[in-house]
Design a protein around this ligand. Sequence first.
Ligand SMILES: [Zn+2]
Length: 310
Amino acid sequence: MEEAGPKPKRPVSSLCCLCNNRKAALKRPKTLQQICRECFYEVFEEEIHQVIVKNQLFRPGERIAVGASGGKDSTVLAYVLSELNQRHNYGLDLFLLSVDEGITGYRDDSLETVKRNEIQYGLPLQIVSYKDLYGWTMDEIVKMIGLKNNCTFCGVFRRQALDRGAAWLKVDKLATGHNADDMAETVLLNILRGDIARLSRCTAIITGEDGPIPRCKPFKYTYEKEIVILRSWTTSPPSAFILPMLIVVLLVNLLRIWNESDLGPFLTSLNLARISGFPLQQKCLSKGRVNDVATFQARNGVKLVFCSRA
Ligand SMILES: [Zn+2]
């Protein structure tokens, strides 16, 4: 089961142009090569490795936090960095650092994604919240100041929150998932604003070296489309576990309900009553009493019997 998103373009020819062995799975957006899934992983990760090495983004023994929003970029970045760290012995201590702005319905789901990444990639997670740091959630700030200009507050708070989280983790650098498309967007914005000073430094691969925590962008040359493809593929294996896991959870819950309630004897008596033709005794599952006034409640599709006093 693959995550919804832009699907890789169907290749015209059937063989991968890199290995000439497996069937091509996509036309690579960056090079337009028709390649197989395995070769795509390989070239994608190798390119990031080359960017890291050529730009000396990390030094052995450094503690690195991945700014993890739960979005595609930071999720793929956490995956690629943990892979490369092991494969090429970077000797890095990697962490996930997330900011909880306190925006109901927005951050909840993405924080769940980050928590899954923590388990999936075995990286310790630190969540810093606006509420803990500033005493205000973003929802409370919006209530006070309205929707106008709240992005300014959020942006400043978020930057500071990442710095504070990075300081707690005692990391040497913060790696963010900014990609080539983000770079292009920033350049255009600075041109439109006429901000020449920022234009000259906005595309640097390492920034903030004079600040509390330097930030680096290993995906600076990576196309967003390719991150989306990799994200949809890397989430496939965990998704394959979801159905069996759901079945196990369902069975455990059913067993628990069976043990904690009188459902077993109740169903047995139901069958006996049906077979024998005797009137059915209705026993309250909560109080264990046989009662003439019983209510039925459907729970998980199973009818349960409770007396009116339960
Ligand atoms: Zn191939």
